[in-house]
Design a protein around this ligand. Structure first.
Ligand SMILES: Nc1ncnc2c1ncn2[C@@H]1O[C@H](COP(=O)(O)OP(=O)(O)OP(=O)(O)O)[C@@H](O)[C@H]1O
Ligand SMILES: [Mg+2]
Length: 228
């Protein structure tokens, strides 16, 4: 087993890095994949999230904080990568920290969550540049993608989306995450969207999970009968 590695990062705080990390890892884990989340943010949000789960229904991925190690965390990854199908790295909202760069250099995909409003689009430029630099200098096979988060209807969102599509050098995933109550609710109970059964949010995460998996060549088993 050699895990696919996904770095989830952006300069912008609150754009959905932890949300994307935890929803995707919950989805992959629920499909029987061995998933490891590395929490690189000293806020520890993904670690706290997984700790909310009841012991009889644990979060379906291992979550470990390595934030104190800063970029040295990459030296600890070999045994984890060997024993898992997918590793997601939840980065802090600081592009100038050494963490996103070190993380991209060992990754298959750099995923940039972005809310379709102008401040997020401006801030994401640095993240895009980091992927392009890592790809050009060290990791030619590295992929990059934007995932739109907290998408709502309205002209302002449409205009921002248009700007993002026109100016960006890396693709925007087809699947968006809407503004949905089920996402923050899953935090509260240490689960992910599908933990509450079928919903529009759960369907989005399934679609997103499959789209990201296809991008990195990760095989996701079909949902087993009787599973939620
Ligand atoms: N699609 C969504 N629908 C509803 N709420 C969301 C959605 N995405 C994120 N949120 C909420 O927005 C807030 C910020 O999300 P999140 O913590 O994932 O961002 P972040 O980029 O990890 O932030 P930070 O930079 O602080 O690490 C959280 O309270 C989260 O619950
Ligand atoms: Mg976060």
């Amino acid at each position: 087993m050699t895990a696919k590695i996904i770095t989830v990062f952006n300069q912008k705080g609150g754009c959905g890095k932890t949300m994307s990390t935890m929803q995707l890892s919950g989805f992959y884990g629920s499909r029987g994949l061995k998933v490891f989340v590395i929490d690189m943010d000293l806020q520890g949000t993904s670690s706290l999230w997984s700790l909310q789960a009841e012991s009889e229904a644990p979060f379906p991925a291992t979550v470990l904080s390595m934030a104190a190690l800063s970029d040295g965390f990459v030296n600890k990854l070999a045994p984890i990568v060997e024993k898992h199908d997918v590793v997601l790295i939840d980065c802090p909202p600081a592009i100038e920290s050494r963490v996103p760069w070190a993380s991209l250099l060992i990754s298959d995909l750099g995923l940039i969550p972005v809310v379709p409003v102008m401040d997020n689009i401006w801030a994401s430029k640095k993240a895009e540049e980091l992927i392009l630099e890592a790809k050009a200098k060290h990791r030619p096979d590295l992929k990059g993608a934007y995932v739109l988060n907290m998408v709502r209807r309205g002209n302002i969102f449409d205009t921002c989306l248009e700007q993002l599509s026109n100016k960006k050098l890396i693709p925007i995933l087809n699947t968006h995450m809407g503004m949905r109550n089920v996402f923050p609710e899953s935090q509260l109970f240490g689960t992910f969207a599908e933990g509450f059964g079928t919903s529009a949010g759960a369907k989005e995460i399934e679609k997103l999970g499959l789209e990201v998996a296809a991008l990195v060549g990760l095989f996701v088993p079909k949902k087993t009968k009787g599973a939620k």
